[in-house]
Design a protein around this ligand. Structure first.
Ligand SMILES: NC(=O)c1ccc[n+]([C@@H]2O[C@H](COP(=O)([O-])OP(=O)(O)OC[C@H]3O[C@@H](n4cnc5c(N)ncnc54)[C@H](O)[C@@H]3O)[C@@H](O)[C@H]2O)c1
Length: 376
């Protein structure tokens, strides 16, 4: 018997749209033991709600997340807001016995992330941290290849996440510039993703150092109230030592002219290497040391074969998929987790571990020294 999961979403803009699209599509393509019912959308900007509900088919509207969480017809709360309210919404939802999926970075800092994990565990609800890039088929394939020993012992994981939308000094002041609302800037937004991929592909990180910068210190407010002080970083880079001995590097910046959403990692091991670029997300580059000869070199795997992760639900080989599919995969796995009661990953434990690394990177940048990551 297919369960029906009443969903309430908080936040109606960028991620609200990406998640809504996933709820609309998921049960058309995945045969699931539970299906989402799009019961209510919530935003504290009331004007956002009507067009959002009409376009995506949400059945009702709320302007207070407290009211949404209190509703009996909601089983799952989906948090797509700015970062400062992730923790209070999660805690209230868990206390009310609702499952929770929360966008990344899951919290403002590790203390908040721990409160979220504890609340979800205590309530016995399912919890998911929305690090959607784990569910790019080429990245899930990379993980499977590492697990099969094709890469051997990992020596290096180097990742960059480049965007360029802040190079323009006329770009206005938004919530992402305010440390009190965002927690951090490019760091929590973009390093959060590549740190999660590092943990997913290589394992835990033991220690980090780094540096951060705010290149443009103030920006014009759109409401005509003058200039806003930028307090969240424009860029942060970091070096890392992994527990299993690998060395890593991470760079997140919104000042990489020409790079729009360029997430690239390279991973070098004793048996081979992998390389991935989000702007070509169907492709995985693979080099094997086990095939010596004149033709040896990096090859491109087009991760669209039916035996590649998630692809059997979509199209024949070569019919590429896109960025929005990663959210559909995420929701498919969350629905299965809710129906079966099995933990889903990444969850709020991964959110906490991620946040501990992010916090340590900021601390290391501030004190200009290496900082250890807590072991738990
Ligand atoms: N997974 C990804 O690839 C990805 C990409 C972008 C953003 N994000 C994350 O998603 C989250 C949202 O980012 P976004 O780009 O959609 O932001 P956004 O500014 O486009 O939208 C945020 C929405 O939350 C609403 N909101 C804020 N506070 C609220 C409150 N107290 N009650 C009700 N609604 C409230 C806003 O009105 C707005 O509709 C952030 O945590 C961000 O880091 C993730």
């Amino acid at each position: 018997m297919t369960k029906q999961i009443g969903v309430g979403i908080v936040g109606t803009q960028f991620m609200g749209r990406a998640h809504s699209n996933a709820y609309m599509d998921v049960s058309h393509f995945f045969d699931l033991p539970a299906v989402p019912i799009m019961r209510a959308a919530c935003d504290n900007v009331a004007a956002n709600l009507k067009p959002f509900c009409r376009q995506f088919g949400w059945a009702s509207q709320e302007t207070s997340w407290e009211d949404l969480v209190a509703r009996d017809d909601i089983d799952l709360i989906d948090i797509c807001t700015s970062n400062a309210v992730h923790m209070p919404i999660t805690v209230a939802a868990a206390k009310a016995g609702k499952h929770v999926i929360c966008e990344k970075p899951v919290a403002m800092n590790a203390d908040e992330a721990r409160v979220m994990l504890d609340a979800a565990r205590k309530a016995g609800v399912r919890h998911m941290a929305a690090f959607n890039y784990r569910r790019v088929p080429a990245i899930a394939l990379a993980r499977a290849m590492i697990d099969e020993g094709k890469i051997g012992k990992v020596f290096h994981f180097n990742a960059v996440y480049y965007q360029d939308w802040l190079v323009d000094p006329e770009f206005p002041y938004v919530w992402r510039h305010d440390k009190k609302v965002a927690g951090s800037g490019a760091h929590g937004d973009m390093n959060a993703h590549i740190v999660d991929l590092a943990r997913f592909l290589v394992g835990e990180i033991d220690a980090v150092c780094g540096a951060e910068e705010i290149f443009i210190k103030e920006r014009k407010r759109t409401d005509g109230s003058g200039m806003g002080q930028v307090t969240a970083d424009d860029a942060l880079f970091s070096l890392a030592r992994f527990r299993e001995g690998a060395l890593g590097s991470f760079m997140a910046t919104r000042f990489a002219s020409g790079r729009k959403n360029f997430l690239r990692f390279e991973l070098f091991g004793s048996e081979g290497s992998l390389s991935f670029n989000l702007e070509r997300l169907n492709e995985l580059q693979y080099y094997s040391r086990r095939e010596p000869g004149p033709e040896q070199g990096f090859r491109t795997i087009l991760a669209t074969e039916s035996d590649h992760p998630y692809i059997s639900k979509w199209w024949p080989p070569g019919h590429i998929i896109g960025w929005e599919h990663t959210f559909i995969h995420e929701i498919a796995d969350l629905m299965t987790s809710i129906a079966t009661g099995q933990e889903v990953e990444p969850n709020f434990y991964d959110g906490l571990r991620n946040q501990q690394v992010l916090d340590a990177m900021q601390r290391a940048a501030a004190q200009k020294s290496w900082v250890d990551i807590p072991t738990e």
